[in-house]
Each structure stands twice: as structure tokens, then as C-alpha cells.
Design a protein around this ligand. Structure first.
Ligand code: FAD
Length: 635
């Protein structure tokens, strides 16, 4: 039963209980509990586990009122405790009241219906079975409010919003929304019944369920949440300005947040959530190339391959300004043409920072987050831009299917075919130089030339492999690693070694045209995966991402599926991180796109929120498409 023992893992939103933790967790707890006692060999338990995980994810925000647990009775360690609790059948569902006795073994739910919505409603009923004495301490009242209490509030100023859900007596929406908003501050949610005619009239409510919103400034009115469903009401409220999740960081560390809840280090840049900002994408590339990769002294083997693939994908798909795209292409051309098995990273930096600037190809030299701004420097920024970059790249791959296969974007290829064209752009330095050595001597961009003239200057950098050569030309001439020199002196020799890719290419243009990415729907994602696992500074993130990739990335069959895969996985990460330390209180982790961005992406089936995936796909293509990338704030 080893695989079954992992029916639930630490990454699931459920609490995994054992004989060591069961009693201390569920008995006399500040919250109520719903525990599934299962057995890892029980087929039904295995089949039911996705529902249980979905339920736990669905009510994750309720966990200060009621928590969801599992305990595996097939685990030898748990034999005794399952006997003590008299668990005879699997699965057995037990409710534990808050503040119960230390001998409480819970109350069994025996109903045949174990659908998610039914169980969620039972949870609400069970919470309401508490008395005022044993009411879970953090759980807000769930009873309907009286009309006087609500009417008294109309027109009053307040510190926070008040949302009133008006509904029929048998509706659960109000209570569910109250519980959904538990971990949020800035809004208080109540419910009232549609049978309360006075209230209905005064508020002008004609259809239920409806949400009536009282703003802090005293104004009030019906809330337009697009659909009269729990998920829409909850999402709308969570996204109100000034409403944010109390995360564990702000709870534990109140000293760190200033009066208004956040500290701004730079002037805030206004932006629209519905846009993607070029400044974020370029700042991300800046950080990636100049900071993250620069922690590596040199790149070789797997690292070099991951880097090359990354540069290839970005050079071919990045929908940026022409100077940035050219820079990426030149970088790619350079890496591809290098005969070296190991690149000193300083050489990449040198190219990105100096040479390219001289040719007018540059990437902004500092980070400037816009859509990825955080309320403090430690939040959002780079990881946000990396997600954004990869969403943009998967969408580009889906919209321009031949971009990756098409080698015609390489300047060196164009050159082989049209040497005159390149000579004019001045980007292909060896060619220009070969034809007009004097020209290069003047620009000073071609370092080996400068070096030839001032060997001492270069001797100080120590980063260039050809330096050794300059000092011991004979040594290099023999190893054949110093290609331009050997080649310049003995062009025939190089033609034979085949180590110099541009040369090989000139001779066999077809070889290079054959890139690994041709018609591979996973190209972007596999490149992302390797970048993340090889270079992404957050190793823990890399580990999680790799797990998800291993599980399902291999089965992606089209570029559209790749777009959706990344969206789905990003939401999985959002759900796991909601309320964690890395959550910016101003930008709560939500299931994205939220209903305000895409109402038609959301539907409800048997009480459970579901996505309309075809609509999500079109939305992603529009949102991350070239037409939605704003140049605002980009240099
Ligand atoms: P982000 O999650 O960074 O999202 C950026 C923007 O993308 C959002 O503002 C929104 O506009 C859009 N967006 C949100 N969801 C979706 C979606 N489903 N599809 C398309 N667009 C969307 N942090 C951890 O603490 N632990 C981890 O294990 C972890 N794993 C990570 C793995 C990867 C591959 C990456 C790139 C980052 C990971 N992070 C992890 C960082 C974390 O996911 C966030 O990037 C970071 O906390 C910043 O969050 P954010 O609020 O800026 O939004």
C-alpha cells in the first residue's frame, strides 16, 4: 500500500492526522473538525479522494471555523486510534464540535450523498449546531440579521464595508460567503432573508440571492457581481479596494506594516489589472540576465543547454520592442556560434551590457515593476514577472506556430544567405571586421581587436579565454579551441574540425535549420521547466513546479493545451500559497482570472465552481497577446 499511503500529501489542503495528532487536534479544539477516516486499500476511498481534496480546497478559507482532516486507518501506526474511535467502515466521516470534551469521538455522518455541495452544506449546519457557549471562537454569526439592524446602518460612515446577502431561507449562499470572507479584513458580511418584506422594499431588492453593499463613506447600493452565485459574491468582495487577507506574515509581524498597511519604497505606478506591462517583462529579463544568471561563474553542460534553449525561445517569441528582440537575437546568435563547451558568464554580461549598448540594442538597466509592483520590496516583482513572461510566451507560441520552427530569425542565417545585409547592420562583428578591420578598430566594440592593439588592457579582465592564447599562441593553435585565430590563420583547418558552428552552418545550412523545437507543442513549457529547475533562485518553488511538470507536462499535445496547462498550474500554486507569507496583502492570491476580468470564464455546476475552459483559453490569448501589452513606463 505504499502508493496508497500517499493518497493525501502535505501539498493538499487537508490536514493529515495520525495517532500522534488526532486527539490533540480534534478534541477540545478552538475550531470544529470534519475528519474522513479512510483506508488506503479501500478502492472507494481512492476514488473519493479527489472530491475530498476539492472540498478541502473549496472551504480552505473557513479553517478558523472548521477544518478538514484525514486519517489513514490502514497505516499500522494508526491501528489503535482507529479502534479507540470505533471506526469500522471506510470511509467514515466524523464531525467534532469546537470546545468538545477530551473524550469526544465525534459524530458520524451516514448520509448516502457525499457530493461536495451536500457535504459543504452539512458543514454549515454543523457549525450552526454549536451553542453560544461552544461557538468556534473566530467564526462570525451565521444567523440572519434583523431588518432594523441593517437599516440602522444605512448612510452611516464606517471603517469597513458591510455586505448584506439577501436570500431565501433554504439558501446557503449567504452563510458560505460569510465563511469565505473570514480571513479577510475590511469587510463584514451578513445575511438577511427575502421573507423580510420591509427590508426587501427599502433596499429595492427584487431577485435573490442579492448582495447589498454599504460603503465605508456611507453610500450604498446593490452590488453587481455579474452572476448571483457564491463564487461571484465572494470574489467581488475580496477584490474591493481596502479589503485584504490577513496573512500569517501580517498577523505575526504587525510591526512590519505601517499605518496604512503597506510601505511604499518608490512612487506607486498606476496600472490596470486587465493589462500586461512591457516594463514588467523587460525588468524580468533584466533581472534574469543580469542578476539571477550572474550568480553563476560560468555555464556548461546542462546549464549551458538550459540557457541556450531559454535564449532561443525568448529570442524567437518575445513580442517586445525591436531593440530588445535584436539584443536577444544577437545573444542567441553569439551563443549558438560559440565553439565553447563552457561560457564564462562575464562574457554574457559583457555582451549584454557593453557591446550591445554600443550598437543601440539594449535592455532597460534597472527593474521597474508596474503590474508586478508589490506593497514592499520583498513581495511580487521578479517571480510575478517570470509567470507573466511564460504566459506571454505560451500564448505567442500558440498564435505564431511557425515562429519557433522558423530559423529565419537568426541573423547569422540571414548573413550566410545575404552577407551584405549583415555588413550593414553592424551587429555581426566578425563579418564587419573581416571585411573592414579598420572600422572595428574604431568602434572599439570588438574586444579581441582592442586587445591585439593593447594586450595589457585585456590582460586585466581575465575573463576571456583568448587571453591565454594571446600569451601562448602556440598552445591555442594546437588545441584548436581558439577558433577565430586558428581559422583566420588556417581557414582550412577549422573547416575540418567542425567545432565552429557558423562555419559548419555555412557549409551545411540544413543542419542548423533543424532545431530541437520544430513543431514541439511543449517547447516553451519544457524550456521554462528547465530554466526554473536549473536557475530559479527559489529552489522550493522549483521543486514544486518540477513535481507538477513530471505529472502532466509530458501529455500536452498542442500549443493551446500548453497555454491552459500553465494557467491551471499557476492557479494550483495560487491556491497553495493563499494566506502564506509570500502573499502580498494588497494582491491576494485568487483563482485567476477573477470574475471582474472574465465573467464568462466562470460557471457553477451542482453548487461547485467550474471553469469554462474554452472561454478561459480565448481570454488568456487576448490578455497575454501582443495587443494587450502596454508600453507604459517602459523606457
Ligand atoms: P503571481 O502568482 O506571481 O502572478 C502574477 C500575475 O499573473 C498575477 O498578478 C495575475 O495577473 C496573473 N495570474 C495569476 N494567476 C494566473 C493564472 N492562473 N494564469 C495566468 N495568469 C495568472 N512561491 C512560493 O512561496 N512557493 C512556491 O512553491 C512557489 N512556486 C513558484 C513556481 C514558479 C514557477 C514561479 C514562477 C513562482 C513561484 N512562487 C512560489 C512565487 C509565487 O507564485 C508568486 O509569483 C509570488 O508570490 C508573487 O505573487 P503575485 O501576487 O505577484 O502573483
Amino acid at each position: 500500500p505504499s502508493h496508497a499511503a500517499r493518497l493525501y500529501t502535505e501539498d493538499d489542503p487537508v490536514t493529515i492526522l495520525t495517532s500522534d495528532t488526532l486527539k490533540q487536534s480534534v478534541q477540545n479544539s478552538t475550531t470544529a473538525w470534519l475528519v474522513q477516516f479512510y483506508s488506503s486499500w479501500c478502492g472507494h476511498c481512492i476514488q473519493y479522494s479527489p472530491t475530498w481534496k476539492a472540498l478541502a480546497g473549496d472551504v480552505k478559507d473557513w479553517d478558523h471555523a472548521m477544518r478538514i482532516g484525514v486519517l489513514d486507518c490502514a497505516h499500522e501506526k494508526n491501528f489503535d486510534v482507529c479502534k479507540d474511535f470505533e471506526i469500522h467502515f471506510y470511509p467514515t466521516f466524523r464531525y467534532f464540535k469546537a470546545h468538545g470534551s477530551t473524550s469526544d469521538v465525534g459524530k458520524t455522518y451516514r448520509g448516502p450523498d457525499r457530493e461536495l455541495q451536500t457535504v459543504r452544506q452539512l458543514m454549515v449546519n454543523f457549525l450552526q449546531n454549536h451553542t453560544t457557549q461552544d461557538w468556534p471562537s473566530r467564526c462570525p454569526p451565521l444567523e440572519p440579521s434583523r431588518s432594523e439592524d441593517i437599516l440602522d446602518l444605512l448612510g452611516q460612515k464606517s471603517e469597513q464595508y458591510t455586505a448584506v446577502i439577501i436570500e431565501d431561507a433554504d439558501s446557503y449562499v449567504g452563510r458560505e460567503v460569510i465563511l469565505d470572507l473570514m480571513p479577510y479584513e475590511g469587510v463584514s458580511v451578513r445575511r438577511a432573508l427575502s421573507s423580510d418584506k420591509l427590508l426587501m422594499d427599502r433596499l429595492g431588492v427584487t431577485a435573490v440571492p442579492a448582495t447589498y453593499l454599504l460603503h465605508p463613506n456611507g453610500t450604498h447600493g446593490l452590488m453587481d457581481a455579474q452572476k448571483r452565485l457564491r463564487f461571484f459574491f465572494s470574489s467581488f468582495l475580496k477584490l474591493l479596494p481596502g479589503v485584504h487577507r490577513l496573512n500569517s506574515a501580517s498577523l505575526q509581524n504587525p510591526a512590519h506594516s505601517s499605518k496604512n498597511g503597506h510601505k511604499l519604497t518608490e512612487e506607486w505606478r498606476q496600472f490596470e489589472k486587465s493589462k500586461v506591462y512591457m516594463a514588467d517583462l523587460e525588468s524580468g529579463l533584466h533581472y534574469l540576465l543580469r542578476v539571477e544568471l550572474a550568480t553563476h561563474q560560468s555555464l556548461e553542460g546542462e546549464e549551458l543547454r538550459a540557457f541556450k534553449d531559454f535564449v532561443t525561445v525568448v529570442a524567437k517569441l518575445f513580442p517586445g520592442r525591436s531593440s530588445v528582440v535584436k539584443l536577444l537575437e544577437t545573444l542567441l546568435e553569439w551563443i549558438v556560434s560559440l565553439p565553447l563547451e563552457k561560457i564564462p558568464y562575464d562574457a554574457v554580461l559583457d555582451l549584454v551590457n557593453n557591446k550591445m549598448r554600443i550598437s543601440g540594442l539594449f535592455l532597460s538597466e534597472r527593474v521597474q515593476w508596474v503590474g508586478c509592483q508589490g506593497s514592499s520590496v520583498a513581495l511580487r516583482g521578479y517571480p510575478c514577472s517570470l509567470w507573466t513572461l511564460f504566459h506571454v510566451l505560451t500564448v505567442q507560441a500558440a498564435q505564431r506556430p511557425d515562429a519557433l520552427a522558423n530559423t529565419g530569425t537568426h541573423t547569422w542565417l540571414t548573413h550566410a544567405q545575404r552577407p551584405d545585409a549583415l555588413a550593414n547592420t553592424g551587429t555581426h562583428t566578425w563579418l564587419t571586421h573581416a571585411q573592414r578591420p579598420d572600422a572595428l578598430a574604431n568602434t572599439g566594440t570588438h574586444t579581441w581587436l582592442t586587445h591585439a592593439q593593447r594586450p595589457d588592457a585585456l590582460a586585466n579582465t581575465g575573463t576571456h579565454t583568448w587571453l591565454t592564447h594571446a600569451q601562448r599562441p602556440d598552445a591555442l593553435a594546437n588545441t584548436g579551441t581558439h577558433t577565430w585565430l586558428t581559422h583566420a590563420q588556417r581557414p582550412d583547418a577549422l573547416a575540418n574540425t567542425g567545432t565552429h558552428t557558423w562555419l559548419t552552418h555555412a557549409q551545411r545550412p540544413d543542419a542548423l535549420a533543424n532545431t530541437a523545437f520544430e513543431e514541439d507543442p511543449q517547447a516553451v513549457l519544457q524550456t521554462m521547466r528547465r530554466y526554473i529547475s536549473t536557475f530559479f533562485g527559489c529552489q522550493e518553488c522549483g521543486r514544486h513546479f518540477e513535481e507538477m511538470a513530471k505529472e502532466s507536462m509530458g501529455s500536452i499535445k498542442s500549443a493551446d493545451e500548453a497555454v491552459l496547462w500553465l494557467w491551471r498550474k499557476h492557479n494550483q500554486v495560487n491556491s497553495r500559497l493563499a494566506g502564506s507569507m509570500s502573499e502580498d496583502p494588497l494582491f491576494p492570491k485568487t483563482q485567476w482570472p477573477t470574475p471582474d476580468l472574465c465573467p464568462l470564464c466562470h460557471e457553477e455546476r451542482s453548487g461547485l465552481h467550474v471553469w469554462n475552459e474554452p472561454t478561459v483559453l480565448s481570454f488568456l490569448k487576448r490578455h497575454y497577446g501582443t495587443g494587450n501589452i502596454s508600453p507604459k513606463y517602459a523606457l
